[in-house]
Ligand binder design. Structure first.
Ligand code: AHR
Length: 669
């Protein structure tokens, strides 16, 4: 399948496995000059952003805080997977999916029937949900539970609601619904834990102590959420994102935007309003999406982190190569995109979709400057993107002339404002391309590097990945007149179950988590070092005597065979850098990446100033080995550490540790 592991490696990049020659050319300390009197291009204030889609349980089982797995009972058409029957010793009951008399026929088309056939005094029969690889229990925490229920004639409850250990031995929080009736009704309650130790091997149980039948639907359990949003996001993950100070969120994909078939694309209108009205849909990454993370939730996520959406609209191409012909057939999809833009930006009183947004709870429009037409349309070998893009572009520009329209591959008949380029690479490829944009012509569209990653390490990248990333970021930052916006991908991975078919579909993801906690990979910290120290202007730099290593790219391969002659070996630097300045504070940021297995002393010159303050700071992230990494068990093994630096001057020597990324902060006059 095109989208699986090889897809983007195959994408724009040369398929090249790297191997290194035995060592780096080694000489005197290198020299690095920062020319403060030669400010260059302005750094795009939107440069550093995030890319997101439903993959690796990014939303369901990820940032979207819902704890009940398969709440809409659509994960399997035949069985209530993730649910099990709970019977005390000797009691009897059964559970099954029931399609008769659902809550509604548009979204909640099935319910979970619990038959309690045999229950004695002091016993119980119920249903348990296993959560997304556990239900997280934390001390002194209030959870919001809700569900639809109805009962058979003669059964009126009560229902007991518990968060308990998987063996049922420990109840962490409990509540009761005193009566249920023969008619569907939604019940809401809260459950509060005491001073308990955090744990995840827990389940959510609804049970009763009398015989009868109960039907349940849209069972939901939320822990506290970021900014207390009722249908909101996990606090720990949002805090990690907030710390990166991202400027935008590219949404909703990625392949997830497109779907395997046209019918399975992200149909934003089905993701609005009450969760009971959202049908959910099959996600192309092998599991269903509840669409609890709907368009408004994405926008509120942006609002909470002070980001703008970079809105990708479905452009009539699906992953299995189905496409809509440009012309009248495409018109409804173009209109859908215009409606979507209106939903994001339209006035609540004077526009239809702005009014809908207000009705959904958000009267104020959201800022929007960038709209992307499709995703990776270079896979569409039919040639239809040319016409599809133009049709979307013309319609969007006619109604919203100030929007910047992004194409996902070059087109000829129209000039897009930006082109989205994707790079999934090895460390050596990233490093060898770390000057790629320095020489790119400035005459064409601007660039959005909408997906990129050094794919080394699983489930999350290791230090080698972070080094490749940092080398690549020096390139994007230095060329940020051309590269206006960039986002690493994928952003998230649930690391609970790494077996095939488990919680991960794509290795090397920025942030990992399980039910209880989350961690940033070394690549996450590298991103954060850059995105929180970018300044607003690039300073000219040059270097001398920087050691290099020899990298032998392999030839392009197809079906296991080399397709073309092996390219010539390349000399790749071992040190990568760029320098920027923040005009308001005058702070100079010098970022230096040492990929070598040994420290590198470098003679640094800060030229074009009369003096440099002797004291500065250095933010340094380093590792003993390139495959050192963070994990759910060791979340902080590799993190940046701030040091005070003394003895700075217009000329100084700085020793950059082995396998390290450094941001030096200096003041000069
Ligand atoms: O980031 C994972 C996938 O890689 C994206 O969904 C797709 O756009 C790319 O091929």
């Amino acid at each position: 399948m095109a989208r699986y592991f090889t897809q983007s490696t195959l994408a724009i990049v040369v398929i090249a496995m790297a191997f290194l020659s035995s060592g780096a050319a080694w000489a005197e300390p290198g020299r690095l000059t920062v020319r403060v009197d030669q400010p260059g291009v302005k750094i795009s204030p939107m440069l550093y952003g995030l890319m997101t889609e439903e993959i690796n349980h990014a939303y369901d089982g990820g940032i979207y805080a819902e704890l009940i797995h398969n709440r809409n009972l659509k994960a399997d058409p035949k069985n209530p997977i993730r649910w099990s029957v709970v019977e005390s010793d000797g009691a009897r009951g059964a559970i099954a999916l029931d399609g008769a008399d659902p809550v509604n026929t548009t979204a909640l088309t099935s319910s979970l029937r619990l038959d309690i056939t045999n229950v004695e005094k002091g016993q119980r029969v119920g249903v348990a949900n296993e959560g997304y690889w556990g239900i997280p229990v934390k001390p002194a925490t209030t959870y919001r539970a809700s569900f639809y229920a109805k009962a058979s004639a003669g059964f009126s409850g009560p229902l007991n609601i518990d968060i308990e250990s998987n063996d049922g031995a420990t109840v962490f929080a409990a509540a009761t619904v005193p009566t249920v009736t023969e008619h569907w009704r939604r019940y809401e309650l809260t459950l509060t834990t005491g001073q308990v130790a955090p744990s995840a091997a827990n389940r959510f149980v609804i049970s009763a102590q009398k015989p009868g039948a109960v039907w349940l639907s849209l069972v939901s359990l939320f822990p506290p959420t970021f900014n207390n949003r009722p249908n909101g996001n996990r606090i720990d993950i949002m805090e990690k994102l907030a710390a990166m100070r991202p400027a935008f969120l590219r949404l909703p994909g990625g392949n997830y935007l497109e779907g395997d078939t046209i019918a399975e694309h992200f149909a934003w209108k089905n993701t609005l309003g009450d969760n009971a009205q959202r049908p959910g849909h099959r996600c192309c990454w092998g599991y269903p999406s509840t669409d609890g993370m709907g368009l408004l939730e994405y926008l509120e996520w942006c609002e909470d982190l002070h980001m703008e959406p970079v809105l990708a609209v479905f452009a009539g191409y699906a992953l299995k190569k189905d496409y809509i012909k440009p012309g009248p057939d495409l018109e409804p999809y173009v209109q859908d995109a215009l409606d979507e833009i209106e939903y994001v930006t339209g006035d609540a009183k004077t526009t239809k979709w702005g009014a809908q947004r207000a009705q959904d709870g958000h009267p104020a429009p959201f800022p929007l400057h960038f709209v992307e037409i499709g995703n990776e349309d270079w896979f569409d070998r039919s040639g239809s993107y040319e016409g599809r893009f133009t049709q979307f572009f013309n319609a969007i520009k006619a109604k919203y002339p100030s929007l910047q329209v992004i194409a996902t591959t070059p087109v000829k008949s129209t000039t897009p404002d930006l082109i989205d380029e994707h790079y999934y690479r090895s460390q050596e490829q990233m490093e060898s391309q770390s000057h790629m944009y320095d020489t790119r012509a400035r005459t064409g569209p601007k660039i959005f590097v909408g997906e990129w990653a050094t794919r080394v390490g699983s489930p999350t990248p290791n230090m080698a990945g972070a080094l490749g990333d940092a080398a690549w970021m020096t390139c994007m930052e230095r060329n940020s007149d051309l590269v206006l916006i960039e986002s690493y991908a994928p952003l998230f991975v649930n690391v609970s179950d790494l077996k095939k078919g488990g919680s991960m579909q794509w290795p090397s993801d920025l942030i990992g988590y399980d039910a209880l906690g989350s961690y940033g990979s070394p690549s996450y910290y590298a991103q954060k070092m850059f995105s929180t120290h970018h300044g607003d202007v690039v300073l000219a730099t040059d270097s001398k005597d920087i050691s290099t290593y020899t990298w032998q790219p392999l030839a392009r391969r197809r079906n296991g065979a080399e397709e073309s002659p092996r390219p010539a070996p390349q000399q790749v630097p071992t040190l990568f850098f760029d320098a920027t300045r923040d005009s308001a504070s005058g702070t100079i940021y010098l970022k230096v990446v040492n990929r070598l297995d040994r420290e590198q002393p470098v003679n640094v010159e800060i030229s074009g100033v009369s003096s440099v303050a002797p004291k500065g700071t250095a933010l340094v992230m380093k590792a003993n080995e390139p495959d050192d990494t963070n994990s759910i068990k060791e979340p902080m093994k590799i993190v940046p550490v701030t040091e005070t630096v003394t003895g700075l001057d217009t000329h100084f020597t700085r020793t950059f540790p082995a396998f390290s990324i450094t941001v030096l902060e200096l003041k000069a006059k």
